[in-house]
Design a protein around this ligand. Structure first.
Ligand code: ATP
Length: 209
């Protein structure tokens, strides 16, 4: 028996950090961003489609997709961003669904980190959804640590559904407004919740609250 969990949040809200902490506690994990990075590197069809949509400027000197250049092109223009999402999301969805369908042969908590879980209507593929919530000033600070200028950081945050709206939709909210030790304690609470929900599913009870 397995429990499937869609993990999301805002940009730089701490999704990947929580995903890694869940893996340490025994979850089986996958990241949509990781899938996109792999597909952009490996899928010639996707690379060609991206090139046709956004031009040669998104390729680096070796002819590979330059993800930073691509991000700059799409985050400054909503139509382009939606075009990239339309190319990438069906592929990610199908990869995640195959991953969820793999039989590990043991009781498993499968957690997929999907930044646009709610925006793409993917939340219904999961037993439960979890949102990593933080304050916008912390998001901006963490984004700037990744060398994004404040205007670009703000525009990336504005391009997504608000974190408050995501939190309302989630079955569980992880608060990430303090240090890593506090986040680890929050993840412990999440882990207890998930193991209880897995037991409920084993007994044929509903997983959602
Ligand atoms: P992205 O939207 O870029 O995928 P994300 O939501 O996955 O980001 P992380 O990569 O987990 O966020 O966190 C962003 C940055 O903030 C990382 O450098 C991470 O180490 C740091 N960070 C996250 N939470 C905390 C915290 N509670 N204390 C200190 N640093 C943190």
């Amino acid at each position: 028996m397995a429990l499937s969990v869609g993990l999301t949040g805002g940009i730089a809200s701490g999704k990947s950090t929580v995903l890694a902490m869940l893996a340490e506690r025994g979850a089986r994990t996958v990241s949509a961003d990781g899938i996109v990075h792999r597909l952009l590197a490996e899928s010639l069809d996707l690379k060609d489609a991206v090139c046709r949509a956004f031009g040669q400027a998104v390729l680096d000197q070796d002819g590979a997709v330059d993800r930073a250049a691509l991000a700059k092109v799409v985050f400054s223009d909503e139509t382009r961003r939606k075009r990239l999402e339309a190319l990438v999301h069906p592929l990610v969805r199908s990869e995640v669904e195959s991953w969820l369908a793999e039989d590990t042969g043991i009781r498993t908590i499968n957690v997929a980190e999907i930044p646009l879980l709610f925006e793409t209507g993917s939340s219904y593929s999961f037993d439960l959804t979890v949102v990593v919530w933080t304050q916008q000033n912390l998001q901006l600070r963490r984004l700037q640590n990744k060398y994004l200028d404040p205007v670009e950081a703000q525009s990336r945050i504005a391009a997504q559904m608000s974190l408050d709206e995501k939190a309302v939709r989630a079955d569980f909210v992880v608060h990430n407004c303090a240090g890593l030790a506090e986040l680890s304690a929050e993840t412990d609470k999440l882990w207890v919740f998930l193991t209880e929900r897995l037991t409920a599913k084993d007994r044929g009870l509903q997983t959602r609250k």
